[in-house]
Design a protein around this ligand. Sequence first.
Ligand SMILES: Nc1ncnc2c1ncn2[C@@H]1O[C@H](COP(=O)(O)OP(=O)(O)O)[C@@H](O)[C@H]1O
Ligand SMILES: O=P(O)(O)O[C@H]1O[C@H](CO)[C@@H](O[C@H]2O[C@H](CO)[C@@H](O)[C@H](O)[C@H]2O)[C@H](O)[C@H]1O
Length: 453
Amino acid sequence: MPKTAFLRPGRTVVDDPMASFGGLLREWLPRQRWFAGKDRPVTELGLLSMTELFPGCLHLLVQTGHAPVPAPGGGTPAGDCYQLLLGVRQHLSPRLGRALIGRAEQGPYAGMTVYDALHDPRSAHLLLERLRQPGAAGPLRFERDPAAVVPAGLPPRLLDAEQSNSSLVYGDEYILKLFRRVQPGINPDLEVPGALAGQGCRRVPAPVAWFRTTCPQEATLGVLQPYLRDASDGWALALRALSTGDDFTAQALQLGRATADVHLALASAFPTGPHDESARTAAAMAERLDSAARCVPALKPFVPGLLGAFGALVACDPGPPAQRIHGDLHLGQVLRAGREWFVIDFEGEPSKPLAERRTAQSPVRDVAGMLRSFDYAARQRRPWRPEWARRCREAFCAGYASRAGWDPRKKHGLLRAYETDRAVYEVLYEARHRPDWLPVPMAAIERLAVRGD
Ligand SMILES: Nc1ncnc2c1ncn2[C@@H]1O[C@H](COP(=O)(O)OP(=O)(O)O)[C@@H](O)[C@H]1O
Ligand SMILES: O=P(O)(O)O[C@H]1O[C@H](CO)[C@@H](O[C@H]2O[C@H](CO)[C@@H](O)[C@H](O)[C@H]2O)[C@H](O)[C@H]1O
């Protein structure tokens, strides 16, 4: 196998590895669930860095490029940086068949089989070993909480979930999340749980080890944290309750309390700011709506009604002070283990720039996210169960109010604005990732635009 080294951007390499991988990855990337640019064909793929992590396993950061949109004023869509772990072998054993990316035809790896190494237990094992022993590999830095003791030899398994990233579970003890779309700066999914652990907040699993890159820019690549075994996520529990007819309001009430606990800890751990309800926030929401309506024309008839909801942001009583928030709170981001709710995945909405996700924002945004999620769950049942959603939403708000010192139910105008903004995001998300689900947020759009309740 050709010897590979870390490639500095801009350095001329005689044997360009992308001559081997470029074509294969251009085909493979857009088919991955975590690929964010599904609405933009990948026309170029550049290599930002490549590091041989261990023999037969390459760590790559690649940059996508997209063709200009032909429509007048269409511009060129922005590309993204993705993290890949590629296995390179002569032959792939049949048990790794679903990890296959393809066979390199040319370049330094000509004739070799290329595959997604996260599926390979050997690579997953060696990755944990790297995290257990802090140090550097090319531009990669492996670091850990000095107090944490992670045992060796925990058997890995790759989570099969529909995810924005990829996660490996080790022996039901730890979970390692590898960020697929990488943005410069510290990822809030490392920053926030680390800061909350410092506050003694037990509702968020604390980071145990992590790795980052220093090139081409500083960026977080992965986080290892304790795995909550026997936990069920809120989405699965809500759907189960809906199908058995069990009450879910007690859980929703506790979830409201847990959310408020996390908000209080966040407000202590990070700077807070004046309330976020301003003409600027309303304008940002209107802009997001405008660009969503350009991508999803079904939104267009509702635009005037939805703009009315944003206008209320400036007219109504201000909400609680701005603070760091979760940013993408829904039933899939909360886990129930034992009798407690835990909150995970502090990345925020994956499509927003990282710097924006790290700003202080209104906690109403998170409340609205969870309220939307009860509506999503209720719409999984036929006939639709609006009463179920209404009761859960009420209970969640009551639980939240009992801890937070303010009651979301008394902030109707604010909630409507943030719920509308969230539903617009969901329309875009579903159009890009799961078009079959589009009617779910569209039903909310209709309700919010027409009836406003
Ligand atoms: N600490 C944890 N304990 C148990 N399961 C977890 C933990 N963290 C994540 N998971 C599981 O992994 C799934 C994906 O995690 P998440 O952080 O939401 O990743 P993504 O950003 O890819 O959506 C969750 O839905 C949950 O089932
Ligand atoms: O992958 P993430 O969990 O970071 O979040 C993204 O995917 C979610 C879907 O998996 C999406 O959530 C939407 O669908 C959920 C049901 O599958 C529902 O509970 C949420 O309320 C709804 O927003 C989320 O928006 C997206 O960022």
